[in-house]
Ligand binder design. Structure first.
Ligand SMILES: *Cc1c(COP(=O)(O)O)cnc(C)c1O
Length: 379
């Protein structure tokens, strides 16, 4: 007897789970790889070492199927595209969007075309796009240039654009806010995110706003001029803190940046597509933007890996690096709760990880040699 009378509880992804809160076609069949439902891990060692009275959680989005939060948006965008009869998707990408688009296109049996900046994509991300059978086009230009190209191409050819200007992407990504509220029983006081194109900070704000009973869903389908973010703040929502790398910080400059540079390639973006929405989210939430050096970002990445056992990619660590900087400056209220989104997995960018780490010690394959090292390092 295997039937114990229990209902099946297999998790089948966020389209199935949140369908009533997603504006997709009623007849759409979910294209899912089981994305979402990622762990919200409470940091123990870093807050203790910093001596702070703040509850810090990380939302480990690197544990999505293709190891970044992009899967949340991609499952919804590809589900809707297939329901509408689309046979191909296209995106420009610093890496993770292309990995995700490639995987979900493979799952749906459609074609993925991805434009990536030549030589500036992390190795793991390129491997993913290639393995999933995407048609990878390297352009001799940066992400922002690629974005301009795919937007124009999507108007000319029968392909669905799956960058975050596709409103279904943000609709999918808003579910991370729902999960955080379910896990904590309420929204956090602050939410820290790395900001590149600024789609994710916008999506989280949509999610928190919807939970607070402020209707934002319908308006994502207008041209963006109806002010789909709510203007009044009834209902509790977190302050949204957006962090950028100093070399790619248009929100700090108050203007677009033409030659963005940072080791955190996922946020190496100078012309954010969700510029107005992200400003609105920041202002309405009472949050702010701040910038970090590459050194600060890499130090936070190392700290998370060494002190908490959590390996995220450099861009993701900007959220924790930013939190630490703002805590030191006394900008957060004591006793608060904070969620930092760790947007992608550390294995995405093995080169940057190895470059910051010390080389393995090589010894003879003998007991004494190995034992000496163990004793030396435990002294
Ligand atoms: C896409 C991405 C970001 C930036 O998100 P935006 O929505 O573009 O602001 C940050 N970190 C990682 C790992 C990403 O893949």
């Amino acid at each position: 007897m295997t039937n114990t009378g229990q209902a099946a509880t297999r998790y089948t992804g966020l389209v199935d789970k949140y369908r009533d809160r997603l504006p997709i076609r009623a007849d759409a069949q979910a294209v899912s790889l089981g994305e979402g439902d990622t762990p919200l891990v409470r940091l123990e060692n870093i807050p203790a070492a910093l001596g702070i009275d703040i509850d810090v959680y990380v939302k480990y989005e690197g544990l999505n199927p293709t190891s970044s939060f992009k899967d949340r948006g991609m499952t919804v965008a590809v589900t809707q595209a297939v329901a509408e009869g689309s046979r191909a998707v296209i995106c420009a990408s610093t890496g993770n969007t292309s990995a995700s688009a490639a995987a979900y296109a493979a799952r749906a049996g459609i074609i993925a075309f991805v434009l990536i900046p030549e030589g500036k994509i992390a190795l793991g991300k390129l491997a993913q796009a290639m393995m999933h059978g995407a048609l990878v086009i390297q352009i001799k230009g940066n992400f922002d240039r690629g974005m301009g190209l795919v937007k124009a191409l999507a108007d000319e050819a029968p392909v669905t654009l799956v960058n975050s200007v596709n409103p279904y992407r943000l609709q999918g990504q808003k579910t991370a806010a729902f999960e955080i509220i379910e896990a904590l029983g309420k929204p956090p006081d602050y939410h820290c995110l790395p900001v590149g194109n600024a789609g994710n900070i916008t999506a989280h704000w949509i999610g928190y706003s919807e939970h607070a009973g402020l209707n934002t869903a319908a308006c994502a389908f207008c041209a963006g001029d109806c002010g789909f973010l709510p203007r009044s703040a009834d209902g509790r929502r977190p302050r949204m803190l957006g962090y950028q790398a100093s070399g790619a910080a248009p929100f700090l400059r108050g203007a677009m940046v033409d030659k963005p540079e940072t080791v955190a390639t996922a946020i190496r973006i100078g012309h954010p597509q969700s510029w107005d929405f992200a400003w609105a989210a920041s202002r309405e939430s009472g949050g702010w933007f701040a910038e970090l050096s590459d050194e600060q970002i890499l130090a936070a990445q190392k700290m998370l890996a060494e002190q908490e056992g959590i390996f995220c990619e450099p861009a993701s660590a900007a959220s924790v690096a930013g939190l630490i900087q703002d805590l030191r400056a006394g900008k957060l209220v004591a006793g608060s709760s904070v969620v930092c989104t760790l947007t992608g997995h550390g294995l995405k960018d093995p080169d940057t990880a190895i470059r910051q780490s010390s080389e393995p010690i090589t010894v003879e394959a003998e007991m004494d040699a190995v034992k000496r090292i163990i004793l030396d390092n435990m002294a």
